[in-house]
Design a binder for this molecule. Structure first.
Ligand code: GLP
Length: 245
């Protein structure tokens, strides 16, 4: 399965979720101990739902799969219900047979965030690198929490969140002002090292940024435009997200 910068436009959000699940399950069947990079966000809630369903239907075990999540809010306690770790447990990990020891996550509840980030890069390297990275996208073009201005060689680090990103995440926290100011994220350079990448985007709110990412200039102002430098990427979109392309 090679994507080579493919733009795949499907009718509805649900079709995107199903296609993503097919890609996921096929990849695990081909390599049961695959190393996956995983995102959070509303786009991926129906996607995880379909992956869980398809794993059950096709009796695919995730026991040997290793996962590295992209990012975490900085300063939240480990079990916090607003953390990405909680999102992943609730939407995915608790519903499949993945081994807890194979789940890797940035811990936003640490003092020495520099060490946390360097150790995470080290763990990814030790695992042999990411085979397949799934991504969502923010309305400002961020991937993970790599905000506009992030350099394409950036590695796992602590970042300051933009106003737009804090607004996008406001519903979980009650208001944008309550969203943590900082987060830990893998870098764009880290993402670009993945062997394959699938970016999923759905809905009209993503149409403008998708147009810029796919048709505009490759620039650090639009972090996701870096993906066009990768040789094996699939942009998986519904008609709404692709409406300006
Ligand atoms: C968050 C995450 C990203 C995600 C993005 C889009 O900020 N850090 O990894 O891709 O939001 O989220 P949504 O799918 O909710 O639009």
């Amino acid at each position: 399965m090679t994507f080579t910068n493919k733009l795949l436009v499907l009718n509805k959000r649900r079709d995107v979720a199903k296609k993503c699940a097919e890609i996921f399950v096929e990849a695990v069947k081909n390599k049961p101990d695959i190393v996956l990079g995983l995102p959070t966000g509303k786009t991926f809630v129906p996607i995880y739902h379909e992956i869980v369903k398809l794993c059950k239907k096709e009796k695919v075990s995730l026991a040997k799969v290793r996962t590295f999540n992209l990012d975490e809010f900085f300063g939240l306690k480990s079990g916090d219900k607003k953390s990405f770790r909680h999102y992943m447990d609730k939407n995915f990990f608790d519903k499949v047979d993945i081994a807890r020891k194979n789940i890797f996550f940035l811990n936003g509840d640490v003092g020495d965030f520099k060490k946390e980030c360097d150790d995470y890069e080290q763990e990814i390297r030790k695992a042999g690198g990411i085979d397949l990275q799934f991504l969502g996208i923010g309305v400002n073009g961020h991937i993970g929490f790599n905000e506009p201005g992030s350099v394409f060689t950036s590695r796992t680090r602590r970042v300051e969140l933009t106003k737009s990103t804090r607004e996008e995440n406001a519903s979980e926290f009650g208001s944008a002002a309550k969203v943590p100011q900082f987060a830990l994220t893998v870098g764009i350079g880290t993402v670009l090292k993945s062997r394959k990448i699938v970016l999923a985007a759905t809905g009209k709110t993503k149409s403008q940024i998708i147009e810029e990412v796919v048709c505009g200039k490759i620039s650090k102002k639009i972090p996701a435009s870096a993906l066009r430098k990768h040789k094996d990427v699939c942009f998986l979109l519904d008609k709404d997200a692709a409406s300006r392309v």
